[in-house]
Structure formats: C-alpha cells, structure tokens
Design a protein around this ligand. Structure first.
Ligand code: AMP
Length: 212
C-alpha cells in the first residue's frame, strides 16, 4: 500500500496545539489529504457505526481509543485516492504501537512538532467551537461574525464534548504519557522540526511553511 512518491507530513503536539488548524491550511496550500483520526472517529460516532459505538466512551472520557480500532481506521484512510499526492497526519500516531504500525506502512518526510506551553492550552481548548462541517472558531481569538453561528455555512456552532475543562487535564496527561515518547523515534530519523505554536494561525503557518 505504501507509495514512495507521495509526501507524508505528520503534525504532532498536545491537544489544542493547533494541529487541526494548520493541517487544514497545509491541505489548502499543498493539495495533500488531511487525515485526522479525531475527525474520522467523530464522524463514526455521529453515524453510529460499530466503531463509533466502541470509540465513544473513550473519547467522552478524554482517553485514547484502543490502538487496534484507530490503526484500522488510519490504514483505510491512507488507501484513499486523495492521499496519493500526499497526506498530512493530524492526531496519529498517539502511542508507540500506532507509530510502529504507521512506519510499517508508509514513510514520512517531515514531522512538525507543535510546541505550545500547557498554560495556554486550557484557554485554547475550552474556547474552541466547531461547526458540523468542520470549521473551527475560538470565542476570544477567532470569533464568528454572529455569535454561535458558522460564518461559512450558517450552521450552529457546538463545543466538542471533550473540550471541557475537566477533560483537558486528562488529555494532556495522555499526551505526556503516551504521545510525547513517540517523538524521539522520529528525531532519530532526523525528520522532526519543532515549531513554536504560539501566535495567530497565520503566524504559525508562516513558521511551518518555512521549514517544509
Ligand atoms: P482529536 O480531534 O485529535 O483531539 O481527537 C479527539 C479524540 O479522539 C481523542 O481525545 C481520542 O479520544 C480520540 N483519538 C483521536 N486520534 C486518536 C488516536 N490516534 N489514538 C487514540 N485515540 C484517538
């Protein structure tokens, strides 16, 4: 399944570090597919698929969905034609087991490690609001023109069930315990670039573009 000519970029960082926002910008500028396991899981939950039913309780608790479920989802996503030019991984891998499964299938060209101090994360996450079609706002930093309504689609905005203050600490703990230890694996390959994730989405995007 691996296609050596396609470009693989991974965005890794704590929840709320801006991976999703930057992945969308990279998709627009490079034309690569945005592969977000969080988005795929939320879609499965919404559709009420068997996988969605199994994943929901882990997600609601701010925990990680079991590796075997997420790996299957990711492998399927990487067979899609829209990934053939390139793909941007957002939120995968989150564990050493996932990283191993990934490396067995594809090779990555760059890992962007988004660094944001944890003190800033809670405000970023708890102020986040989304539309069903995936547009993301922030009540303070990027509010919609009309409160509670998506500028692009007119849909009502909602808060992710795991974007509450109670869940943030759990998610950060998981990041430190499970995901951060994956970074040295890619540092050893010489493909990790650390990017300061503090600033506006455009400022951060300029930094990422400069290192790609
Ligand atoms: P995200 O949108 O990336 O913040 O993901 C939302 C939630 O989906 C996470 O808090 C996890 O419960 C679950 N999730 C997303 N990606 C993964 C993954 N690679 N491994 C395990 N759980 C995941």
């Amino acid at each position: 399944m691996a296609q050596s000519s396609r470009t693989g970029i991974m965005l890794i960082g704590a929840p709320g570090s801006g991976k999703g926002t930057q992945a969308k910008k990279l998709k627009e500028s490079l034309g690569y597919a945005h592969v977000s396991t969080g988005d795929l899981l939320r879609a499965a939950v919404k559709q009420g698929t068997e996988l969605g039913k199994q994943a929901k309780s882990f997600m609601d608790a701010g925990g990680l969905v079991p590796d075997e479920l997420v790996i299957g989802l990711l492998e399927e996503a990487l067979t899609k034609p829209e990934t053939h030019k390139g793909f941007i991984l957002d939120g995968f891998p989150r564990t050493a087991v996932q990283a191993e499964a990934l490396d067995a299938k594809v090779s990555l060209d760059k890992v962007i490690y988004m660094k944001v101090p944890f003190e800033l994360i809670e405000e970023r996450i708890t102020g986040r609001r989304m539309s069903k079609s995936g547009h993301v706002y922030h009540v303070k930093y990027n509010p919609p023109e009309t409160e509670g309504v998506c500028d692009v689609t007119g849909e009502e905005l909602y808060q992710r069930s795991d974007d509450t203050p109670e869940k943030v600490q759990e998610r950060l703990d998981k990041f430190v315990a499970e995901t951060q230890p994956v970074v040295p694996r890619y540092q050893a390959k010489g493909i990790v670039v650390e990017v300061d994730g503090v600033g506006t989405p455009d400022e951060v995007f300029t930094r990422i573009s400069a290192v790609l």
